[in-house]
Design a protein. Sequence first.
Length: 133
Amino acid sequence: MLTNAIVKRLPQADMIIALNSAGQIIQQGTFPELNIAGTYIHRLHVIPEVDSTSEEKDDEAFTAKIGRRKSQINPKSDDSSRKTGDLTIYKYYIRALGPLALFLFVLLIAVHEAFAGLGSKLRSLTVLLGGIN
């Protein structure tokens, strides 16, 4: 079973079940059976594709395009514009946050790390003392 809201795929469906807003079945059947003037499916104005292999051709074209792109990628290229440690991006983030948000961010990280460190020290102390019940 497949549910789909893409109406252009209706002609390829083996069985179509159309529901109303209350979830009740208003039409059921194949596309040729339901594509009759005056019916819900007909009002969707779906035009069946003449060439059923167009999807296969699209897949082949996509695969060929990806193959060309992969061959154009040079993983060993030395791109000096993507160096690590560039502080420009961090300066941008700091300016974008603003002073109050930056202060709160740093404060929350410091509090988290303080309690995380305190928790591990308490666990170590508990293990050394033989456990506290």
